[in-house]
Design a protein around this ligand. Structure first.
Ligand code: COA
Length: 154
């Protein structure tokens, strides 16, 4: 596999939305943050195979609102590469900390984020019950609560 190239995205293509929907099944939610965020894509041979969305929360904090890799490219280190890139961009833009949220049922994501230096600091109870119309299940577990993780980057 060629090493992916990561670069900023400024066009809202269908490929982009297909990836974003892997991480967030609500197009309405995506629309809430996408147009106020920085977007970065991972490309292999000019094909978009990964994405993350960086949203400025306050003067100190950036949030990864969405991170996704095409299913054919999972478990090859591209998610990790995107997390490293997000940390560097957060520093470059002058922010002090990076946060990310995931569901209580997203076991591999919780593992990946903690392996990459994020620590749990908050649980938004019933977030997925209150904000999504349909129940979401992963790994046989209902997604109910949003687990918030953070790391200092500077
Ligand atoms: N061989 C085998 N395993 C490898 C590997 C390799 N060469 N390189 C990395 N891995 C392992 C990692 O150690 C990690 O293991 P873990 O599950 O035990 O933590 C796992 O593969 C995933 O790491 P990585 O390859 O860096 O991430 P990824 O490219 O698969 O992307 C997601 C991770 C979450 C972005 C991806 O699964 C995804 O798009 N999921 C759907 C959308 C989603 O859930 N987004 C997050 C919402 S909160």
């Amino acid at each position: 596999m060629n090493e992916p190239i990561i670069k900023a995205i400024t066009l809202y293509s269908e490929d982009l939305f297909a990836l974003l929907l892997l991480a967030d099944p609500s197009q309405n939610n995506i629309n809430e943050y996408l147009y106020k965020s920085l977007i970065y894509g991972a490309y292999i041979n000019n094909v978009l195979i990964g994405v993350y969305v960086l949203f400025p929360v306050d003067e100190q904090t950036m949030e990864i609102k969405n991170i996704a890799v095409s299913e054919d490219f999972h478990k090859r280190g591209i998610g990790t590469l995107l997390l490293h890139h997000a940390k560097k961009e957060t520093v470059l833009k002058g922010y002090l900390q990076l946060i990310i949220g995931t569901a209580n049922s997203s076991i591999s994501q919780l593992s990946l984020y903690q392996k990459n230096g994020f620590e749990i600091y908050e649980i938004k109870r019933d977030f997925f019950i209150e904000n999504y119309n349909e129940p979401i299940f992963e790994n046989g577990i209902q997604a109910k609560h949003m687990i918030m993780l953070m790391q200092k980057v500077s």
